[in-house]
Design a protein around this ligand. Structure first.
Ligand SMILES: *[C@@H]1O[C@H](CO)[C@@H](O)[C@H](O)[C@H]1NC(C)=O
Ligand SMILES: *[C@@H]1O[C@H](CO)[C@@H](O)[C@H](O)[C@H]1NC(C)=O
Length: 498
């Protein structure tokens, strides 16, 4: 009862920090509530927590008035970052003008009025490099978080100038970032019914986005294509891979040359991953043996709720989220103040990380003009989008994967070793337990060191189309913590499919 009333972490990124919720949970509990549905209790508490941490002071979701004259023009445009913003070539790198950088909107044809915002960066090396799409988690976080703090072409300085990221993934790929589900980042709609509630809706929108993208950029449709993402994208990535594969097989639109999909510190198989929390926490000495034992009770309840969710869907799924979140909250109660995305760190600020430079940068008038976003406000994290997806969390997306790997489409699952929330142990377990024709051989395959500059940077296991990688000295955001290793990981993995 007590536990059911708090917590909500965005996986991935946002989070509502459960340790904050401990300090504020009493005030939440004291508020009278007439709500019998745990899901709506959960979502109201999420909102309260988010508001109280001032994550989204004014603008929570981009649902604009119908026929709004402020809607931006629906075109993509080449961004001239150096002219509008000024970019530093601190390391004497190539000039930005040499490369095509685009931003803009595509209308989603199967929605009432949704427009999806994206950035597209041509490869710094060769236009024939694969096309890679990146999806950040949340649900409801803008992919600009990854663009500016993880694997994008630029990093932002405190004076809001941009510098080349030496390890941006655009060094080996033509790289797309989208703000999704609709309502997130700069993406918007004028119709509430365009907000998404499950991976069907999410993957159909992304498929329509990709069709629009390749129509506009036909020369890239021939390139190899990879889907990547982090955290809650452990749901989005397999759903989209499956959708693209289906579209190709059924000759629906422009064929997309899908070669592989990669999930970084994701939530993919909740039943197995929630079962791993206690074991990971014990292994990292966050909790005692006896506490670990007591968590098994909580897991039994969580597990049966997840099973109900995957049988029946609907409310059972948001109930399962409440039941299972108890485990995470109880662990956090033992390590208050720790950054659960990276156990080596303290949680500082409302997000454990400080993304304010990105927000300030994207809200500058000249930047907004360059991007052509009109009056649309930038929503870093949308609670409305998050809440709309509450029944999607506990759905097992690993079920979609065997059909893909059997058809030779590769999967890379990687995880930074110090992340608690989507820890490597839970990810390793679902990968091992996934039933496919190569399961036994994968299980018997030896783990080998992953070498970067001759030094061991992780542990890797590969058999056929399936690869698992545990990354050393990294938390939830591997490309932020280990930029060089993450770029090499992407490059090595894509070459393996060659
Ligand atoms: C619960 O509260 C809401 C608003 O606070 C109110 O509209 C609704 O009628 C209440 N429901 C019950 C069953 O009391
Ligand atoms: C780009 O890659 C293609 C195919 O591998 C190659 O033929 C071409 O020479 C490369 N271009 C540059 C500028 O390296």
């Amino acid at each position: 009862m007590e536990a059911k009333s708090f917590l909500l972490h965005f996986i991935f990124f946002i989070v509502i920090f459960s340790h904050f919720s401990h300090s504020t949970s009493s005030s939440i509990l004291n508020k009278p509530s007439n709500c019998s549905s745990s899901a709506s209790l959960l979502s109201r508490n999420a909102e309260r927590l988010i508001k109280s941490f001032n994550l989204m002071p004014e603008h929570d979701v981009n649902v604009i008035a119908k026929g709004s004259p402020d809607a931006p023009r629906l075109i993509e445009r080449q961004i001239n970052f150096p002219e509008t913003i000024g970019i530093r070539n601190t390391l004497g790198g190539p000039s930005v003008q040499q490369f095509g950088h685009y931003g803009g909107y595509y209308s989603l044809v199967h929605t009432k009025s949704a427009k999806m915002f994206y950035f597209f960066f041509e490869s710094r090396t060769n236009n024939t490099d694969p096309v890679v799409i990146w999806l950040s988690g949340g649900p409801g976080c803008s992919s600009s978080v990854a663009l500016f703090y993880e694997n994008g072409p630029f990093t932002i300085s405190d004076d809001l100038s941009l510098s080349w990221n030496d390890f941006g993934w655009d060094k080996v790929s033509n790289l797309i970032y989208v703000d999704q589900p609709v309502g997130t980042g700069f993406s918007y709609t004028s119709d509430q019914s365009d907000l998404r509630h499950d991976e069907n809706g999410v993957s159909n929108d992304l498929y329509d986005f990709l069709q629009a993208f390749f129509k506009e950029h036909p020369k890239y449709a021939k390139n190899d294509f990879y889907i990547t993402g982090e955290s809650y994208a452990g749901h989005y990535v397999p759903a989209l891979a499956s959708r693209v594969h289906y579209g190709n097989k059924n000759k629906e639109g422009i064929p997309i040359n899908l070669k592989g999909f990669a999930i970084g510190n994701g939530l993919t198989n909740p039943e197995i991953q929630y079962g791993a929390y206690g074991d990971y926490a014990l292994g990292m000495k966050l909790i005692s043996e006896s506490y670990h034992e007591s968590l098994k009770q909580d897991y039994a309840e969580c597990q049966s709720s997840i099973k109900q969710c995957n049988l029946n869907g609907g409310e059972e799924c948001s109930n399962a989220l409440v039941d299972c979140d108890i485990i995470f909250s109880k662990i956090m109660s033992k390590i208050e103040g720790t950054n659960f995305y990276d156990l080596r760190k303290k949680c500082v600020g409302s997000l454990c990380y400080d993304f304010s430079n990105m927000e300030a940068f994207l809200n500058q008038e000249n930047v907004r003009k360059a991007l052509g976003v009109g009056d649309i406000e930038f929503v870093t994290i949308s609670t409305t989008v998050y809440k709309a997806m509450l029944q999607d969390w506990m759905v097992n997306l690993a079920d979609k994967i065997p059909a893909l790997v059997e058809d030779g489409i590769s999967l890379l699952v990687y995880a930074g070793e110090y992340d608690l929330i989507c820890n490597w142990l839970g990810n390793s377990r679902w990968v091992e337990q996934m039933s496919w024709s190569g399961q036994k051989d994968f299980g018997e395959t030896k783990t080998v060191p992953f070498l970067v500059d001759g030094k061991e940077a992780g542990l890797m296991k590969n058999h056929g189309p399936l690869t698992f990688l545990k990354v050393y000295d990294a938390g939830h955001m591997v490309p932020m913590d280990q930029p060089k290793a993450s770029l090499q990981m992407l490059q090595t993995w894509m070459r393996m499919q060659g």
